[in-house]
Ligand binder design. Structure first.
Ligand code: SF4
Ligand code: SF4
Ligand code: SF4
Ligand code: FES
Length: 287
């Protein structure tokens, strides 16, 4: 179907959101809580646009494209909502990016710089939360949480683990682990999905294992992506766990017809360095 964004006609797929259609066509609309591989929940309002025939501004991530739709990204109403939404996010966020480990690689930082917004209009409210560096693989710096819910959706829906949730604290709602449990106690699989989707420096990879040059799936399934033969290791481990050894061997043979031969010459011990190896071992045991 055809839709028009700021007068430019683009193609949109059936069932696709206005935001996804725009991004696919190379038209940028600010957004934060939405991410293509996660269920859309809305909330941040940064993706607000105006649509001919609809009153006010609507979130483009929650609005399905319809044939002939005419969309304006920078209309007065949409612009006002987007800017106010970003100002409110920043009003409870640490003011200075320069000391932040996510500096220069942060979606929130890129987004507010792109929008030219600062929090000056609102009185800053401190939301200091103690950093949790107790886990060697994942660090939690929840002072930087903007409550976009991406990590929760990744942990609950994408990975089906349900370690992360919204929690109520003295300084408001944020993402976290209920009942003050550690990641390990809560049953974290250390899959890294929450790290990959967090748009701020709130959940971070303590060992710098997630590489920007790798795709999302390559980052979260490290044992497969860094195997030179790209054997689907999680799949064969799963078959072994189910006692289906023939299928497990078949998975290896998909990529490596002579596994014993390759095993004698391959110098890569499943991972390329010790830190990453530890991560992979944690992942495999959790699978
Ligand atoms: S998380 Fe991003 S926006 Fe927040 S302080 Fe760090 S770099 Fe800046
Ligand atoms: S690393 Fe742990 S908390 Fe994060 S998504 Fe995976 S299971 Fe959930
Ligand atoms: S920890 Fe990150 S992904 Fe999770 S809600 Fe906060 S900002 Fe969003
Ligand atoms: S990206 Fe649409 S409401 Fe957040």
């Amino acid at each position: 179907m055809r839709i028009a964004i700021d007068g430019k006609e683009i193609e949109a797929k059936k069932g696709q959101s206005v935001l996804d259609a725009a991004l696919e066509a190379g038209i940028f609309i600010p957004h934060l809580c939405s991410r293509p591989d996660l269920e859309v929940k809305g909330g941040c309002r940064l993706c607000s646009v105006e649509i001919e025939g609809m009153a006010g501004a609507v979130p483009s991530c929650m609005t399905k494209a319809e044939e002939g739709m005419k969309i304006t990204v920078n209309g007065q109403e949409a612009e006002k909502i987007r800017k106010t939404a970003m100002e409110l996010i920043l009003a409870t966020h640490p003011a200075d990016c320069t000391g932040c480990p996510k500096y220069g690689k942060c979606e929130l930082q890129s987004m507010y710089q792109y929008m030219g917004v600062s929090a000056e209009r609102w009185r800053k409210k401190s939301r200091s939360v103690a950093n949790d560096d107790s886990n060697p693989l994942v660090s939690h710096l929840f002072t930087r949480c903007v409550r976009c819910g991406r990590c929760i959706r990744a942990c609950q829906d994408l990975r089906g683990v349900k370690v992360l949730d919204y929690i109520k604290t003295d300084v408001g709602i944020r993402a976290g682990i209920p009942d003050e449990k550690s990641l390990k106690e809560a049953g974290c699989r250390f899959c890294g999905a929450c790290i990959e989707v967090c748009p701020t420096g709130s959940i971070m990879d303590a060992l710098n294992i997630m590489k920007p040059e790798r795709s999302y799936s390559e980052n979260i399934v490290l044992c497969k992506s860094t195997c030179p033969a790209h054997i689907d290791i999680p799949r064969y481990i799963r078959y072994i766990k189910e006692g289906d050894f023939e299928r497990a061997i078949a998975v290896i043979r998909e990529k490596v017809p002579f596994p014993a031969t390759l095993g004698s010459v391959c110098t890569i011990p499943a991972r390329t360095n010790v830190k990453e190896k530890n991560w992979a071992i944690q992942f495999l045991f959790a699978s």
